[in-house]
Structures are given as structure tokens and as C-alpha cells.
Design a protein around this ligand. Structure first.
Ligand SMILES: Nc1nc2c(ncn2[C@@H]2O[C@@H]3COP(=O)(O)O[C@H]4[C@@H](O)[C@H](n5cnc6c(=O)[nH]c(N)nc65)O[C@@H]4COP(=O)(O)O[C@H]3[C@H]2O)c(=O)[nH]1
Length: 812
């Protein structure tokens, strides 16, 4: 076949074709594609040896082997040398072709690999890029085929799921899936989800996977498409643990912002409002009116702090915060005080971002503070200043007086017999009396003076800038004001008060000193008849000192046996027999001789020593009565009981114990009580008296007629005897008709209540006769016998006295 034939046959082929003579290895014919490949003309190619276009030695060796019949066909890559010398990679197939009508030729078919190679290279580069992208992603990526087989995953995926090294090097799908399932907190839900995704290859899904480690993964599952058809699935996992935590924090912060009881206002750097929480809106009274955009300063005010805005701005810029009190202006309500903490927030570059204002409503606190101050500085009953506030005022007055050289006065005021009102009419009534008195006192004073209540019925007054005559005038004004009749609950009565006055700086330079002096002066007023005022005099304190000394001496006296009991016989007026005697205390005070109770009982009652002293008396009297009874001269012994002694909780028990200790029948003991005992705490007194009466003790009421002399308690307490006070008996002698009538009434009343009546202080026969005529039951007094020492009184016991005989009954 001619080479023209070969040209005609091969021209239509896309491949480059050489027809080579197997003997000479010269090219017999080429097609157009081969000419383009070699960049040569046909005449340059046809007739040329194949070596001409071969580039490497291997090619030469091959053609030699071909000629020697060692190889027949070949398919390989080879390098050609183009006409211009450029090398060209081709894929070639070489093989003998024997046409039916001709000799065998070698057909070399070649395909230019340059383009293919370039594409290949581009693909490889693309692949490498993709892999790099895949690897550089912080998301964990898992690629599966439609059957769920794992095709690829990146390093982030391996790290996120903590894949063991074996799974990284050796593909093992079941092991990988087992590892994933074992890592999640709900394995079955995880696997169910994977199966569901596998069944729906086109489904896109987003969900959250919780790992057992506590981490939280967000999964986005998308189908992998090739030419519009799904070929697999890409799972992208993102670790959102931190983000979820931040989200939770943000949600919490939002909740705090919303529900905070404190007002929170966020502003821009120019302090214009950006957001207000509900508490802020409530506080500003603008629930329906959004203040966003307004300068926050328009809502705030600081009346005592001009230039406060500049101060805030400077503090925020320098320190990043400001704290202080501001007032909030409100739309429809009065302004409120706020405690404000103001902070500046900056961005990462340090530029001001926002300011946040936290405000606490101080109105309640201020009100509480005001209340506390009120409570701390005022007496709750009358609302008057208390001692604390008075102390501050007086301290201030002292400072002023030191500069001005002018003095002032302190008045100590105590109501007279207030205790009686309180005890008999109740504390609530007493409180109303105190309020009334406080108002009257206040009206007697100037604005610059201070009236304080120390407690009970004690008031102290600071008279500002007052000399002696001013103090005197004010004291008298007060005495008069208090003395005006008081009407409470339709009950009218009169009060009086005693006032002691101390002058600054003459009597003292501190409130304590001045109060002490005024108190001492007031005490003197009380002792001398009450209802008056008096200036303090230095010797008053000497008197006080004497009392302290007396108390001390009494205590020592008790230890040293300086006390003794004298007994005054008591005579039965009907039989004339001495049936009883009253024990009366005597003190052999060293350096003072025999001291009578009037000089020390009062001090013992004041200092409380009376309880001890009284018990000593009881002990002695009971022991003595027992001795007399043993000696065959039984006589009832009457013992005086002071109010303080009676108030001791164990009093009844002490009496019972004493009787038991000495084995004295209770009927031989009489207790003389004073009226004040009965009015103090009526309920408790009643219980004690009943207990004593039950023991069999005789109870008598001493000094009847001098105190309250109320029928009510006489009836209630069911006492056995009434002792008419000496003053009435004395009056009988002085022929006072009115007093005689009183004595008669007392006797009758006593008898009507089933009580015996005893008259004290009978010094003269006529007194005795009148008492006899009035039906009095017993008497004691100097007419028959004074109080006598034991040795002397014994002779009287059981004796019958010759009485003068009853006087005619009084005419009135
Ligand atoms: N002018 C005058 N006086 C007479 C006459 N007869 C008796 N007296 C005095 O009158 C007082 C009667 O006692 P009292 O009213 O219980 O008054 C007693 C009593 O309240 C109290 N007292 C005495 N001893 C005790 C005691 O042991 N305990 C208590 N708590 N008080 C006592 O001291 C008060 C005074 O006691 P004494 O000085 O002993 O004064 C006694 C007595 O000496 C008389 O005919 N004329």
C-alpha cells in the first residue's frame, strides 16, 4: 500500500499516526495530526528515521530491539523532540499492521499528553488545596458515601471526637461508628439520627450532639452532590460548648438586667440613654414613655453638688467609675434620692463604649434612718428628746457658753405621787398623764430650750441662755402649769411636781454633773413637802454622802450585831390584857448612841438593804416569840414589813421557813403591812397575802388613814387588822372633832369588813377613853408602855392593865 493510502486512512483520526517501514525504521506516511504534533512539514517528516524524533536513549534501544524482532508491540509514554527542539510527552501505541494487499508496516499512534498532564496537574493542585482547606477548618468534617461508609474526615474531626490513633491510620468504619456512639451522651438517639439521615440522602439537618465529656457539638449535615445527584453526605461538627456557655451567660445577664430591683441604665459614651431596665422605668415613673436617646443627666439632679456632671465625667474618664448620691427627677412624683454607681465600659482598643448606671432607691433607707434617729434620740411615748439628744444639745450649749461666757440652767422635774396614779389606774392611764404633762411643760418653754424625758415621770429641761432669775421664773411657771386640773376620761384630778435646778457653770460643766445636782435639789424638794422648786446647793451633796455612809455603816452593823429589837406591848381594850407586842428595830450605832428607825429605815429602803434587815428582824422576832411561848407567856409578835421586802419573790417562803425553823405556831406572828404594798402590784400582792393567811399568820394594815385608804383593796385583801395612824389618835387628844369622826368611821368600817382595829400612839388617858367609846379593839402607846428591850417587856406579857374607863360617846 502506498503512503498515500495510509494518509487517506489515518487522516480522519484524532490521534497522530506515523506509518513506519519495519526494515528501515523510516517514516513512510504521517497524518495531519502527526504534523501538528511535531510542528514540521510533511516532507520533513516523511522519509525521516524514527530516531530523528526520539528524545531519549531508551527510545533508540526500543527501535533497535524492534528491528531485531525482540519486541513487537508496545504501549508506553515517550518523549518526542519536535522540529523546533521542544520536548513533548506522548502516549503511544506501537504495533505491526499487515494489510491484506501489502507488506507489514509499523503503525505508531500517539496522543499528546501535554494537555492531559496539565489538567492532571491542575486537578492535583485543586485536590491539595481542598485538602488544605479541609484540614485548616476548625470544624470537624466527616464525609460519608450514600451507604454511610466513611470516605474522609479531617484532623479537627479526629480531635473533636478524640479518635484513637488506630482509627487515624487504618480505616475501620464499624470501629469508628462505635467510637462515635460511645462518645455521645445518648448513643441510641445518635445512631437513630444517623440512620434517619442515611435514609433521606437529600435532607439537610442541623442539630446538637452532647458528648459524654460535657462538650456540646453543633452538627450540620448536608448531602454531597455530584452533577445534581447525591453521592454522599457531609457532616460538619462545630464545638459550641464555649459559645453555649457564653449564650447562657448572656441570657442570665439579660435576666438580671430585666429582673434587677435596682435601676440599671445603659448609655452611649455621650451619656445618652440606650436602654433602661424595668426597675429604672418604674423608678423614673415613665413606664409608658421610653427615655431612650435622652441625655441621662436630664433625669438626675444634685442640688447640693453644683457641677456634678463634670465631676462624673472626669471620674469616669480617669478612674472608670463614679459613686455618689443623686436625686432622680420624676414625671408625676416627688424626686427620690439614689445611691448611684456609674461605670464606663471600653472596647478592646480602650475607646469608651457605654456607661452603665446602677441606682438604688435610697428613700426607704433614708426613711428608716430618720426613724432610727427618731428612736435613738427621742422618747417613744412623748416624742420628746431623750437623754442622748439632750446630751448633744447640752454639749453644744457648753461650747457656746464657753465662747459667750453666758450660762444656762438644767432643771430636773419629777411628778409627785405619780406612782400612785400609775399603780392604781394602770400604766396606759399613767402614759396619758405623762403625755399631757409633756405638752404642758413644752408650752412653758422657748424654742431654744430642750425638754427631755429620762424615763418614768422624770423630765430634764435645758434652759438656753438662762440666769438664776430666768430659771426661777420658768420653774414657777412649770409648777403652776402642772398644778392646773387634768381631765382624762372624764376623771378630774390635780398633779404637782418637784423641780431641782442646777446652773452652768456654777454647779457643773457636764450634763451628768448638772443632772446630778438638779436631781439632788429635786430630792430635797420632795423631802420637804414636794410641789416646789429649789436651786442646788453644794451641801446637798454632803447630805447624799451621809446617806451613803449610813448604808455602809448599817451593813457593817448587821455583821457586828449592832441591831436590837424593842417590843411595845399591845393591850386588848375589852379585857385589858397585854396579848401582843410590836417588834421595833433599834440600832446601837457606834458614835451615835441608840438610833431610831426613822433615821435609817428610809436609807435601807432606798439602797435595798431593807430586804436583808427585814429578814433579820423576822428571824429575831420569831425566835423571841418562841422563847416566850416556851416560857409559858405566849404573846403574838407583830413585825413591820417594808414594801421592798414584801416584793421579794421568796418572801412567803422565807416567812414559812422561819416559822418552821423556830417551830412557832403561825397564829403567834402578825405582819404589819403598809398601804403602798397593796397598790403596787395588786395581783401579786393578793396571791402573797392569801398564801400568808393560809399559813395562819395575822395580817394587819399599818398607818391606816395616811395613804390611799381605799375601800376597794381593804375589801379585796381580807386583812385581819387595821392600825389607825398615830396622827389621828393624836388629834383625838387635841379634840379635833373632824378627826374623831374619821377615827369613828375607820373603826366602823374595819368592823364592817370583819377586821379588828388597833390604835397606835396612845399617850393620854382621854385618848384611850374615846377609843374605848368608839369600840376600838386594841391599843399601844406610851400611856401604857414605850417600846422596851426584851428583858423589860417580858414582865408585861399576859398582864391585865387597869383601863381608865370608857369616855362618853362623841356628840358629833
Ligand atoms: N410619839 C409616840 N410614838 C409612839 C407611841 N407609841 C409608839 N410609838 C412609836 O410609833 C412607831 C410605831 O411604829 P410604826 O408606825 O410601825 O412605824 C415604824 C415602822 O414603820 C418603822 N420600823 C420600825 N421597826 C421596823 C422594822 O423592823 N422593819 C420595818 N420595815 N420598819 C420598821 O419605823 C417606824 C418608827 O419606829 P419607831 O421609831 O420605833 O416608832 C414606833 C414607836 O416607837 C406613842 O405613844 N407616842
Amino acid at each position: 500500500m502506498s503512503h498515500l493510502h495510509w494518509v487517506a486512512i489515518t487522516e480522519g483520526l484524532l490521534e497522530s499516526v506515523w506509518v513506519v517501514d519495519p526494515e528501515t525504521l523510516h517514516i513512510l506516511a504521517v497524518n495531519e495530526a502527526a504534523l501538528r504534533l511535531l510542528g514540521a512539514r510533511r516532507d520533513e517528516v516523511v522519509g525521516s528515521p524514527v530516531h530523528r524524533w526520539a528524545s531519549d536513549l531508551q527510545d533508540h534501544v526500543y527501535w533497535d530491539e524492534w528491528r531485531r524482532g525482540v519486541v513487537q508491540t508496545l504501549e508506553s509514554e515517550a518523549m518526542l523532540v519536535r522540529r523546533d527542539g521542544e520536548l513533548l510527552r506522548v502516549q503511544r501505541r506501537i504495533g505491526p499492521v499487515r494489510p491484506a494487499d501489502g507488506a507489514t508496516v509499523v503503525l505508531v499512534a500517539m496522543q499528546d499528553l501535554t494537555e492531559y498532564q496539565r489538567t492532571q496537574q491542575r486537578l492535583e493542585e485543586l485536590l491539595a488545596e481542598l485538602r488544605a482547606v479541609l484540614e485548616s477548618s476548625s470544624d470537624g468534617i466527616l464525609v460519608c458515601d450514600l451507604d454511610g461508609r466513611v470516605r474522609a474526615f479531617n484532623r479537627a474531626f479526629a480531635q473533636m471526637w478524640a479518635l484513637p490513633t488506630t482509627l487515624l491510620t487504618t480505616p475501620d468504619d464499624p470501629a469508628l461508628l462505635r467510637h462515635l456512639a460511645a462518645s455521645v451522651s445518648d448513643a441510641s438517639a445518635f445512631q437513630a439520627r444517623l440512620s434517619e439521615l442515611q435514609r433521606a440522602p437529600l435532607m439537610e439537618a442541623h442539630d446538637i450532639v452532647l458528648l459524654r465529656s460535657g462538650r456540646m457539638l453543633e452538627r450540620a449535615s448536608r448531602p454531597q452532590l455530584a452533577r445534581g445527584r447525591p453521592i454522599g453526605r457531609i457532616h460538619v461538627y462545630r464545638d459550641v460548648t464555649e459559645r453555649a456557655a457564653i449564650d447562657a451567660k448572656l441570657r442570665l445577664a439579660a435576666k438580671v438586667f430585666e429582673s434587677s430591683l435596682d435601676a440599671i441604665v445603659v448609655t452611649d459614651p455621650e451619656r445618652r440613654i440606650v436602654a433602661c431596665n424595668p426597675a429604672a422605668l418604674r423608678l423614673t415613673d415613665r413606664a409608658n414613655d421610653d427615655p431612650a436617646g435622652q441625655p441621662v443627666a436630664t433625669l438626675l439632679d444634685a442640688p447640693n453638688r453644683p457641677g456634678w456632671e463634670a465631676e462624673v465625667a472626669a471620674a469616669l474618664a480617669e478612674r472608670g467609675y463614679w459613686e455618689g448620691e443623686l436625686w432622680l427627677r420624676r414625671a408625676h412624683a416627688p424626686a427620690v434620692a439614689l445611691l448611684v454607681s456609674w461605670v464606663l465600659l471600653r472596647d478592646a482598643q480602650g475607646q469608651p463604649l457605654n456607661t452603665v448606671l446602677f441606682a438604688k432607691d435610697l428613700s426607704e433607707k433614708l426613711e428608716a434612718q430618720r426613724r432610727i434617729e427618731q428612736l435613738a434620740y427621742h422618747d417613744p411615748l412623748t416624742g420628746l428628746p431623750n437623754r442622748l439628744l439632750l446630751g448633744e444639745r447640752v454639749a453644744h450649749a457648753v461650747r457656746l457658753a464657753q465662747r459667750s461666757g453666758r450660762g444656762f440652767a438644767v432643771l430636773f422635774l419629777d411628778l409627785d405621787r405619780f406612782k400612785g396614779i400609775n399603780d392604781s389606774l394602770g400604766h396606759a392611764f399613767g402614759d396619758r398623764v405623762l403625755v399631757e404633762v409633756a405638752q404642758r411643760l413644752q408650752r412653758c418653754l422657748r424654742q431654744t430650750d430642750t425638754l427631755a424625758r429620762l424615763g418614768g415621770d422624770e423630765f430634764v429641761i435645758h434652759l438656753h441662755d438662762a440666769d438664776r432669775s430666768a430659771a426661777e421664773r420658768t420653774a414657777q411657771r412649770i409648777i403652776d402649769a402642772v398644778a392646773r386640773p387634768v381631765t382624762i376620761d372624764e376623771m378630774q384630778f390635780t398633779l404637782s411636781c418637784s423641780i431641782g435646778i442646777a446652773m452652768y457653770p456654777h454647779d457643773g460643766t457636764t450634763l451628768d454633773e448638772l443632772i446630778q445636782c438638779a436631781d439632788t435639789a429635786m430630792y430635797q424638794v420632795k423631802e420637804r413637802g414636794k410641789g416646789h422648786w429649789r436651786f442646788y446647793q453644794a451641801e446637798m451633796n454632803a447630805h447624799l454622802l451621809a446617806r451613803i455612809q449610813t448604808d455602809h455603816a448599817m451593813r457593817l452593823g448587821l455583821q457586828h450585831g449592832e441591831f436590837e429589837l424593842h417590843y411595845q406591848p399591845r393591850v386588848d381594850l375589852r379585857s385589858g390584857r397585854v396579848t401582843a407586842c410590836e417588834a421595833l428595830l433599834r440600832w446601837h450605832r457606834p458614835g451615835h448612841g441608840l438610833v431610831l428607825p426613822g433615821a435609817f429605815i428610809g436609807v435601807a429602803e432606798e439602797t435595798g438593804l431593807i430586804a436583808q434587815l427585814g429578814q433579820w428582824v423576822l428571824e429575831q422576832a420569831v425566835a423571841q416569840a418562841r422563847r416566850w411561848a416556851d416560857a409559858g407567856r405566849p404573846a403574838q409578835v407583830a413585825v413591820n414589813v417594808s414594801a421592798l421586802q414584801f416584793e421579794q419573790t421568796q418572801f412567803v417562803q422565807d416567812v414559812a421557813d422561819t416559822l418552821q425553823r423556830h417551830g412557832l405556831p403561825a397564829g403567834l406572828l402578825e405582819l404589819e403591812l403598809t398601804e403602798s404594798i397593796l397598790v403596787r402590784d395588786a395581783e401579786e400582792a393578793l396571791a402573797k397575802l392569801q398564801a400568808l393567811a393560809q399559813l395562819g399568820i395575822t395580817l394587819s394594815l399599818d398607818d391606816f388613814g395616811t395613804g390611799y385608804s381605799s375601800l376597794t383593796y381593804l375589801k379585796r385583801f381580807a386583812l385581819h387588822r387595821l392600825k389607825i395612824d398615830r396622827s389621828f389618835v393624836l388629834a383625838l387628844h387635841e379634840d379635833g372633832q373632824a378627826d374623831a369622826a374619821i377615827v369613828a368611821a375607820i373603826v366602823q368600817m374595819g368592823h364592817a369588813l370583819g377586821m379588828e382595829v388597833v390604835a397606835e400612839g396612845v399617850e393620854h388617858a382621854p385618848q384611850l377613853q374615846r377609843l374605848q367609846a368608839l369600840g376600838c379593839d386594841h391599843f399601844q402607846g406610851f400611856w401604857y408602855a414605850r417600846p422596851l428591850p426584851v428583858a423589860e417587856v417580858e414582865a408585861h406579857l399576859g398582864r391585865t392593865v387597869t383601863l381608865p374607863g370608857a369616855a362618853p360617846a362623841p356628840s358629833a
